[in-house]
Write a protein that binds this ligand. Structure first.
Ligand code: UD1
Ligand code: MG
Length: 464
């Protein structure tokens, strides 16, 4: 992540105490995930990349999981939630010693916790806009969405400067026609913030303390207010599940583009799903319909074939995985490993050049270099009570349909016969076979067929 995008001294407040009623969820709104990362974490990481002196996040009293997630950011509790202005007031104590004149922060950046697509560039531009001479009391991030809907409208004066923000519910029909909207981010002069907030009231359609009212209050005092514009896409706010899905689509687009820019070939990018933390090397090829859950690393030159699904996995250089492969947490594939169709790997390290190409489950195992795991091999790692480990030595050859009952070790270079149930350790270079000896009766098949054919004829006669 890029650091120190601005040399300005900043403190930041992230607002996340709202109920998020429109999500119809038991989970706090900001914990809903976009690209497998809670939206508040997206906002927090973007804010942190600006290097603020302090970050305060405003939460409701029952949001301990959020407080845990955002550590070491300071948490301020707002109770009850009485609007965005009221939320910033709740952060007063947690901010106080960081702000000028007692601290060094000259700008307070207020960001809503439900805009996970914000970029650090836009935040830095907004802060710069506020600081530009003559310094503004408030600078607001603005955008022009296709459907302004419930966003606050930005009222500008003849000179184009910002005069007020009117919430959609309080707007006159003429104000509703204003295309310029409040994206939910403000940069405010740290010395003026609480003074301006002290003047806001609740005389509005929602009976709330609107943070947005500080613009008109500053203007009444003759203080300049301005805005910096950014794309509507980036400032997409999440208030419903449909908004969440739209944000997911936008972020997936960004992640795919970044992966391709980094040297990954995607045959059908719109069918590949990534996570915010996915790491992909150079010359990686990803086929259609691949899903990468959280915590996946794909090293240079690896090839991922279609319909594969990975979570918590590392894929080594030049490995070939899929189609239809499933890698679960703790799957660590070394360089040039081959994992083929309908193979599942969990909690296992697979050594360089080892292969498991068909219909196999490898769980809680250690597989040595160049080992070959035959089709249908299963590590029986769980007896209903304990998970046990399987060790397969370097160059071992596991015959098709072997069941390896853990804990068990197959030594380096050993072979297991197809269909064996291996319950005891196999010494290096030994051949272990566990199945009944094959019996052969010459001519017995022909004799059987002849006997049954006669029986069938006899029954047919009887019934006619
Ligand atoms: C707000 C803005 C609106 C802007 C839009 C951008 C106000 C009054 N309105 O509206 O101008 O266009 O964001 O997305 O600021 N929150 C609290 N405590 C509260 C209320 C809200 O912490 O008492 C938090 C919420 O958790 C949320 C954020 O503030 O993260 C914004 O609240 P929300 O209710 O979504 O405001 P909008 O109606 O979207
Ligand atoms: Mg909102």
């Amino acid at each position: 992540m890029r650091r120190a995008m601005t040399s300005e001294k900043l403190a930041a407040v992230i607002l996340a105490a709202g109920k998020g009623t429109r999500m119809k969820s038991d989970l706090p709104k900001v914990m809903h995930k976009v690209a497998n990362r809670p939206m508040v974490q997206h906002v927090l990481e973007t804010v942190r990349s600006l290097g603020p002196d302090r970050v305060v996040i405003v939460l409701a009293p029952d949001m301990d999981p959020v407080a845990e997630l955002v550590k070491p950011a300071r948490v301020a509790i707002q109770s009850p939630a009485r609007g965005t202005g009221h939320a910033v007031m709740a952060a007063r104590e947690a901010l106080a010693d960081a702000l000028a004149p007692s601290g060094t922060a000259e700008t307070v950046l207020v960001v809503t916790g439900d805009t996970p697509l914000l970029t650090a560039d836009s935040l830095a531009r907004l802060v710069a806009e506020r600081r530009r001479a003559p310094e503004a009391a408030v600078a607001v991030l603005a955008m022009r969405p296709d459907v302004p809907g419930s966003y606050g409208r930005m009222v500008t004066g003849a000179d184009g400067a910002l005069e007020a923000i009117v919430e959609a519910k309080d707007a006159s029909p003429a104000e509703r026609e204003i295309p310029l909207c409040n994206a939910g981010v403000m940069a405010i002069d740290a010395r003026l913030l609480f003074e301006l907030l002290g003047e806001i009231g609740t005389d509005n359609a929602q009976g709330e303390y609107y943070l947005t009212d500080i613009v008109a209050i500053a203007r009444r005092r003759g203080l300049p207010c301005r805005f910096a514009e950014t794309s509507a896409e980036e400032t997409h706010g999440i208030n419903s599940r449909a908004d969440l899905a739209a944000a997911e689509a936008i972020l997936q687009g960004r992640l795919r583009e970044a992966a391709m820019a980094g040297g990954c070939t995607m045959v059908a990018p719109h069918t590949v799903f990534l996570s915010a933390d996915t790491r992909i090397g150079r010359d990686v090829t990803i086929g259609p319909f691949v899903v990468l859950g959280p915590d996946v690393v794909i090293e240079d030159g690896a090839e991922i074939l279609s319909f594969s699904h990975f979570t918590g996995a590392r894929i080594g250089r030049g490995a070939i995985v899929g189609p239809f492969a499933r890698l679960r947490p703790g799957a660590e594939l070394g360089p040039e490993v081959h994992i083929g169709n309908f193979v599942e790997v969990k909690g296992s390290r697979i050594g360089k050049g080892a292969k498991a190409n068909h219909l196999t489950y490898i769980g809680d195992s250690e597989v040595g270099e160049r080992a070959n795991i035959g089709a249908g091999t299963i590590t029986c790692n769980y007896d209903g009570f304990f998970k046990e480990k399987t060790v397969i030595g370097a160059g071992a050859f596991i015959g098709s349909n072997t069941a390896l009952v853990a804990p068990v070790t197959v030594g380096a270079g050993a072979i297991t016969g197809a269909g064996s149930v291996i319950t005891r350790d196999v010494a290096p270079d030994a051949l272990a076979v566990e199945r009944a000896a094959q019996v052969e009766k010459p001519g017995a098949a022909a004799a059987f067929r002849e006997r049954r054919r006669r029986e069938k004829e006899a029954r047919a006669k009887k019934s006619s």
